[in-house]
Design a protein around this ligand. Sequence first.
Ligand SMILES: Cc1cc2nc3c(=O)[nH]c(=O)nc-3n(C[C@H](O)[C@H](O)[C@H](O)COP(=O)(O)OP(=O)(O)OC[C@H]3O[C@@H](n4cnc5c(N)ncnc54)[C@H](O)[C@@H]3O)c2cc1C
Length: 503
Amino acid sequence: MPTIDRRQFLVVGSLAALGIGLTACTTDGDWVAIEASALDDLRKRLHGTVLIPGDDGFTNAWMPTNGRYRDTVPMVVARVADETDVVACVNWAREHNIQPVPRGGGHNYAGLSTTTGLIIDLSKLNAVTIDTDAATMVTGGAASNGDIFGASTGGGLILPGGTCLSVGIGGLALGGGIGYHTRWAGLTADLLTGTRMVTASGDIALASASKNPDLFWASRGGAGGNFGINTEFTFDLVPVPTGDIVYYRFDWRGADAALAMFSAVDALEQTAPPEFVASGMAQATPVGADGPREAIDVMLRGQFLGSIDDFMSLIAPLLAAAPPAKQQIVAQPFWETAKIFTSAEATNHSWGDISRYTDAALPASALQKMVDLVVDTPSRTETDNAAMFMLGWVGGDVVDRFDRTETAYVHRGMKNMVRPSPVWSNTADAGVADDLMDWTDDVISVFDPHTPRESYQNFPNRRIDDWAQQYYAENLDRLIDVKAEWDPDNLFHSEQSIPTAAS
Ligand SMILES: Cc1cc2nc3c(=O)[nH]c(=O)nc-3n(C[C@H](O)[C@H](O)[C@H](O)COP(=O)(O)OP(=O)(O)OC[C@H]3O[C@@H](n4cnc5c(N)ncnc54)[C@H](O)[C@@H]3O)c2cc1C
């Protein structure tokens, strides 16, 4: 699909001002001229705002967090004010054969909330209401983690979510939603009890266990941008621990410590109780006098919902294998710890993470190769480098209370998630990005023989050839059926959207 650069946009923008027309991508990838009158028509239909190139706020309204996709500039952004606006946008897009793409927080890893057509900016649909008696939460279709966290902090209930304040609930919940609270409280999607959706035909559909159960099933892991535009979500909430819990963080330096840490954490995750949560990372830093093996920052942090004594017993094998250079272990109220975990702010750079679930401990040889690859990271500057993550967020009895086909999120029975995480500045040479992505492929090929070929749909990557199988596995056929029923003409599509028919 062709993209349009900023200069071309200034041209088409001024043509629009003269009432001549704008160029946009159609729903099937061809190019058409859109009359300025069509834009006026959109403006008249909305309570919210219509933005075109050159308007104040235009760029912020569509710019994806992942800088790799910053050149896919939309023809028009509709910043909707309410659900009626969403209906109007969907109808307008269909009538004018323009690709409509919902945008919540804009954090999709693969830039799937970008288009050269119409961005439906849902950011104003960010209300959050908590009913403490019923232990439920109702959110707008694009409330952010920050909005939800702000409404919950200090109270007795939590919706388990992710780490980044600006991630939107639409993308997060529809694709799963994992984080530091998943192991004890469940996935965000697991707590979903109902949603309102604007369909491709511009109608409102409700989905819950009793209304449109297939659509409800698909809304719990089938990922955003597939079936319609969700304007509201209802969740059950989970009571938070009342006493102190354990927050911990350990730091090391060097490849040997990285190997010891990853090996010990991977072993722990095979049997650890849901109360134990760990996230480990080894980051290649600029090489100093001690050489590339030493220039690696290693970190493990997490929480334990129990006493410090029980935590120390659990973690003893790790501390014996890899005595930390620095350590912090504190008992503190739940929300003090939760604040540490939900504090990340997204920065605009480029990245290309690929995730893999594991369902058993990785062999020592694979972990060794993985760490050797961190040592051999092709670029190790402050801005262009790579890290290896091991996210022990994804398994345990609470996640596994659903079986693999009970919701569209299929990745049950998993123990861990490994994720090579390359990052580079938006102005880096293409060669830097290519080398880092080749490195990512090399890391994934180390895991290939030892893991199920399953990848998290909320960490999508356009490099994954069999992405539909990796994101949805045995749930793919049912998701295709739901797509065919709710969006038979494939109005809501992207590079990695669920197809309307099996290929
Ligand atoms: C810095 C960062 C940190 C992250 N941390 C975590 C984490 O801790 N845990 C985790 O599970 N994930 C995490 N993610 C991944 C995140 O969950 C997904 O990228 C999610 O899809 C982002 O949602 P969004 O609304 O912000 O993004 P968008 O790019 O706006 O949307 C994502 C997809 O959903 C669609 N969409 C958005 N809103 C709606 C809606 N209301 N109705 C229908 N479709 C919609 C979009 O069209 C797009 O296809 C992180 C991502 C980033 C960039």
